[in-house]
Design a protein around this ligand. Structure first.
Ligand SMILES: Cc1cc2nc3c(=O)[nH]c(=O)nc-3n(C[C@H](O)[C@H](O)[C@H](O)COP(=O)(O)OP(=O)(O)OC[C@H]3O[C@@H](n4cnc5c(N)ncnc54)[C@H](O)[C@@H]3O)c2cc1C
Length: 644
């Protein structure tokens, strides 16, 4: 039955029982599909990042037939490869007091009590198994002298639980998931279709039974049918144009599913990461992250004096403001991302920012180098220092890095229930593409954990629940719904190519990015959001009458690819603003200026806003409809989030 929220309450299908027993009990009692029958079912997975790659490998190993798609020329190039700092797990290798409960608690608190307890607890439970699986695959995690796996700390935690492979954790984890998936390709259970973009999800009798794709090299439009569809298509931070995401990251797959009826949850929850290389000019098309792991040893500061002009080395200690250590003494430089980002903005707004634009703060390693020696710092972060030097020309071993917050991750995504299924039956969503586990702010090193948890350990169980009930209803690509979706796709491409206006796709994207950053960025207010909602439809209208998309459909055409994605971002930006406008409280990364404490900290309003917002498409030029999933807390009690 469709979970359409028509009664105003979405059924999240959270199992009963105490939070620490739910997942075990669920696994013990769900309907299983016997191994021989698994071979009768086919699964489409869109995305080969950590979430999609892990799911493809595991589901194929279980016996299902898997068809997997990505738009890059190789699955290994998924954006997950960029992840630097590490992956969390409650192993307590340091014997510093970590536990499943503590990881669960830190994650719920870090998300400012806007995530679902049951999902987060499950995530914490499976975290340890992820590390075991990856080690078994040969992922070269950093090790101590004696051979045990090494850990470091990330924001929002007082224990060291982050496993890492230098500053290339994502790449190494990707190689593990990719190898596992390619093994199945070799065995014939996974069909891998690269350089292909999904442009529509196809619903038959209300169930997701296929997709329409475009071959990015030839322009060929194809139909693919399966018993269920999984979206593992990543996040939408590039709505802001400038972000730390790979240039190709986009919202198209999830947005098109939204237009077919899938609810979009918490679209305004965007993570702004505090440690990125500051913007250097208008020509820039991308921003670069300096991993949060650097805050283990780097100290963040700005000059105390407004308008300071001296070089950092000439500013004496007592004229420096180590503002994170001052404001949040118990977490210091490892205060969570939302809090650190806002603090950086605050000191820059006061005129104490550093660098040519004044939009920067120092991340200083002088103390750490004195304490540990340059060799140790080089071993820990060498590749990050190299990236920094290549981009800025500065050697961060001798002068402090300059950093500033940038868009980095999206906690929002398609709404899913405990089975990771959207409200469209048969449409599963995993990894950054769903909304499920991080509430209003994700803690560092928890995205890789969630993607791999979903792909390796959760979906392989939960997908069987749907298939056991609905897998027998086979459809073929001859079904009229496929015909209809294909026609819609072709018409849209034709339309984009026929406008022949005078503005580039990028110029629209950049303007959209400015609007979202100014009005729906690090801080938001009612007037600004209303202004954005007035300006966005006009920009969208201009796009459809004045964009210039060069080339043709029948060969590689990146301008056409971008145009389709930017068209979706332009519509999606409005939903982000609607969501930000509706949520009059501040929580996590969503800072509504009207809702702050006298000290300028985010002020949650639990009585009114303790819910997941799930937005429904209601038609062109019509505002989306809000459904609410109330959040209930049994194991933790929502409290004012303090890192002081
Ligand atoms: C610079 C950087 C560093 C990070 N470091 C860390 C870290 O240290 N620790 C941590 O936990 N998290 C980190 N993150 C976050 C983390 O990397 C991501 O959240 C995570 O990798 C997302 O994985 P995913 O599998 O959900 O999606 P992705 O890796 O983004 O993969 C998406 C996949 O979907 C495919 N796709 C998308 N749309 C379509 C379509 N329409 N048709 C066909 N295919 C499609 C893509 O081709 C790709 O294969 C970092 C993020 C950034 C930007």
């Amino acid at each position: 039955m469709s979970n359409n929220g028509s009664n105003g309450v979405l059924d999240s299908k959270i199992p009963s029982g105490s939070v620490d027993r739910k997942w075990e009990d669920y696994k013990a009692h769900i309907n299983l599909i016997n191994p021989a029958n698994k071979r009768k079912y086919s699964i489409i997975i869109v995305g080969t990042g950590l979430a999609g790659g892990a799911a493809a490998a595991t589901l194929a190993e279980l016996g299902y037939h898997v068809k997997v798609f990505c738009y890059q020329d190789s699955p290994r190039r998924a954006h997950s490869i960029a992840a630097q700092g590490g992956i969390n797990a409650a192993k307590n290798y340091q014997n510093d007091g970590d536990s499943v409960f503590r990881l669960f608690y830190d994650t719920v608190k870090g998300g400012d009590f806007r995530s679902r307890e049951a999902n987060v607890h499950r995530l914490s439970e499976v975290s340890a198994a992820i590390i075991d699986q990856c080690v078994a695959q040969g992922v070269p995690f950093a090790r101590e002298y004696g051979g045990t796996l090494s850990n470091r700390s990330f924001g929002g935690a007082q224990v060291s639980r982050t496993f890492y492979a230098r500053g290339q954790t994502g790449q190494q984890l990707m190689l593990g998931a990719y190898s596992a998936m390619m093994r199945q390709v070799g065995l014939g259970t996974v069909e891998m279709i690269p350089r292909t973009e999904m442009l529509e999800v196809v619903l038959v009798d209300g169930h997701a039974k296929g997709i329409i794709t475009r071959d990015l090299a030839t322009g060929e439009i194809q139909r693919h049918a399966a018993d269920t569809v999984v979206l593992a298509t990543g996040g939408y931070g590039n709505a802001y144009y400038l972000s730390t995401n790979a240039k190709g990251c986009n919202v198209t797959a999830t947005y098109r599913a939204y237009k077919k009826g899938a609810f979009f949850a918490n679209p305004c929850f965007t993570q702004i990461h505090p440690t990125c290389i500051p913007i250097s000019g208008d020509y820039q098309s991308k921003l670069t992250l300096m991993s949060e792991s650097l805050r283990n040893d780097g100290r963040v500061w700005v000059p105390k004096k407004v308008g300071e002009t001296r070089a950092p080395g000439q500013i004496p200690e007592d004229e420096r403001d180590y503002y994170l250590e001052r404001k949040y003494p118990s977490y210091g430089n490892l205060a969570p991302r939302d809090i650190s980002s806002r603090s950086a903005k605050e000191v820059c707004d006061e005129g104490r920012g550093v660098g040519p634009s004044g939009l920067g703060v120092y991340l200083d390693f002088e103390d750490a180098i004195q304490r540990l020696g340059e060799t140790t710092i080089r071993e820990r972060y060498g590749n990050l220092f190299d990236i920094y030097e290549k981009i800025t020309g500065d050697n961060a071993y001798s002068v402090p890095m300059r950093i500033y917050p940038a868009v980095h991750y999206t906690m929002g995504g398609l709404w899913v229930d405990y089975n990771l299924m959207s409200n469209i039956p048969g449409l599963h969503v995993i990894g950054e593409a769903n909304f499920s586990d991080h509430g209003a702010n994700r803690l560092g090193a928890s995205a890789l954990m969630q993607g791999l948890a979903d792909g390796y350990f959760v979906l392989p169980y939960t997908i069987g629940v749907y298939l056991a009930d609905h897998g027998k209803e086979k459809v073929s690509t001859d079904h009229p719904e496929f015909e209809k979706a294909e026609t819609e796709t072709r018409d849209r491409i034709k339309k984009l190519l026929s406008i022949n206006g005078s503005r580039t796709v990028d110029s629209f994207h950049r303007e959209l990015g400015h609007l979202l950053w100014d009005y729906c960025g690090m801080s938001r207010n009612e007037k600004g959001l209303q202004t954005a909602l007035e300006k966005l439809p006009a920009l969208r209208e201009e796009f459809w009458s004045n964009v210039r998309v060069l080339g043709e459909n029948e060969n590689l055409n990146q301008s056409l690819e971008k145009a389709g994605r930017v068209a979706d971002f332009l519509e999606f930006g409005e939903i982000m603003c609607h969501d930000a406008l509706d949520r009059k409280e501040s929580c996590g990364a969503h800072f509504r200026e009207e809702s702050q404490t006298p000290e300028g900290e985010a002020q949650r309003i639990d009585d009114d806003y303790s819910y997941v917002s799930a937005w429904q498409y209601t038609g062109e030029n019509s505002p989306p409809k809000l459904h609410k999933e109330p959040l209930e807390f049994d194991a933790v009690k929502p409290a004012t989030r303090s890192y002081k």
